[in-house]
Design a protein around this ligand. Structure first.
Ligand code: ZN
Length: 377
């Protein structure tokens, strides 16, 4: 650990950090291109219509036929995506000594992810195509409204329902630390339901902490990897940043952005499916053979919006850092917590400017530390 820190505190990044991020980026690009090729092949070769015909030959009920289509669609996608998923999620993390996962543990997590993602995805698509059949003119407004309600529900229930599927949590057993963090929450004017230790070490050597949930499910979660390596004032500095998001109303701002992009997304899908559907051989809007087109359009839209969303996010991160520096005793603990996080997570301290602009939701470690040093003066 100490070695990793002293190596990383020089100017810029070590070649090891650069290689890790470069490999990660190339594997992500390859996964993206593969997804694109799969969706385009389904559309342009008529295979999507073929899959729909097969599903409809098995049942006359549209919801059931869609379920068959979705299952086949997801099964083929999983088979294609598995090798890259393994390289990016298991091989790379082990190669850079960032992971504690066993091959069996990785497979179990992958299956759990498929089960959870498959269930939520099936419910979402069944609902969307149901609204298309029922209200062909207004389906996109109804669907957008339902999705927004669902996001709100997920933000509230996620930490108590979804996260425990993948991780174990237990209350932090250090009364002094708990009291210190509860005092931090009082200073931020927010109520939290408790301070929990997040057992991340079963899977990873990386460190993380968060303020999760909404309303009465709001709680502080701190990875055991972080608790084992950070002093209490450093843990406080990390959490002070999280409370900064609360004080500056970033949760609301984030939700507002989500609401706006959801409405824009459904509207764009509606226009695109109507414009391009007939030439691709679909019977109409509610013909679920158009699913690859629906995914392509939403994917393209999120790609276009990504730099804007990240710009907004980096702005909020700076505001949260400013709050953290105001609410803790010394900027030095903020700086040392940043150094430790960067070393444990193998973060890029100084990414290329265009990479930071396009892809990073947080300012670079170097900029955040420089900001804290300026603050100290
Ligand atoms: Zn943040």
């Amino acid at each position: 650990m100490l070695n990793a820190i002293s190596m990383a505190t020089g100017d810029g990044d070590s070649s090891r950090v650069k290689r890790y991020h470069r490999t990660h980026r190339w594997l992500s690009v390859a996964g993206f291109v593969l997804d694109l090729a799969y969706l385009a092949a389904l559309l342009l070769t008529g295979w999507s219509v073929g899959l729909r015909r097969f599903a409809e030959s098995e049942t006359a009920r549209p919801a059931l036929a869609l379920l068959i289509y979705l299952s086949l669609f997801a099964l083929i996608h999983e088979a294609l995506d598995l090798p890259l998923g393994y390289l990016n999620g298991y091989w790379l993390e082990h190669r850079y000594e960032l992971s504690n996962l066993t091959p069996g543990g990785w497979a179990k997590d992958r299956l759990k992810g498929l089960a959870v993602g498959g269930t939520l995805g099936t419910l979402a698509f069944e609902f969307v195509y149901w609204t298309m059949r029922r209200w062909p003119g207004q389906w996109w407004i109804v669907s957008a409204a339902a999705f927004i309600c669902f996001f709100l529900l997920l933000a509230q229930l996620g930490p108590v329902v979804l996260l425990p599927i993948f991780f174990k949590f237990k209350p932090v057993e250090d009364p002094a630390l708990t009291e210190r963090l509860m005092e931090l929450s009082r200073r931020a004017g927010t109520r939290v339901g408790g301070v929990y230790e997040w057992k991340l070490s079963e899977k990873s050597k990386k460190a993380n902490a968060a303020l999760t949930g909404l309303g009465n499910t709001r709680r502080i979660v701190i990875s055991d990897t972080l608790l084992g390596n950070f002093s209490p004032p450093e843990v406080e500095a990390v959490l002070a940043h999280e409370f900064g998001h609360h004080v500056r109303r970033h949760i609301l701002r984030g939700l507002a952005v989500e609401i706006a992009t959801t409405i824009a997304g459904f509207y764009t899908v509606n226009v695109a499916l109507r414009a391009w559907g007939p030439s691709l051989g679909f019977r109409g809007l509610a013909d679920f053979a158009n699913l690859p087109l629906l995914i392509l359009v939403t994917g393209a839209l999120s790609l276009v919006l990504l730099p804007l969303v990240n710009l907004h996010s980096r702005q909020m991160e700076r505001e949260a850092d400013a709050y953290a520096l105001r609410s803790i005793a010394s900027p030095e603990t903020f700086i040392s917590s940043m150094e430790k996080l960067a070393a444990m997570n193998l973060s890029e301290r100084r990414p290329a400017a265009w990479i930071e602009f396009l892809f990073h939701s947080h300012p670079s470690v170097e900029k955040r530390i420089a900001f804290a040093r300026n603050w100290a003066r």
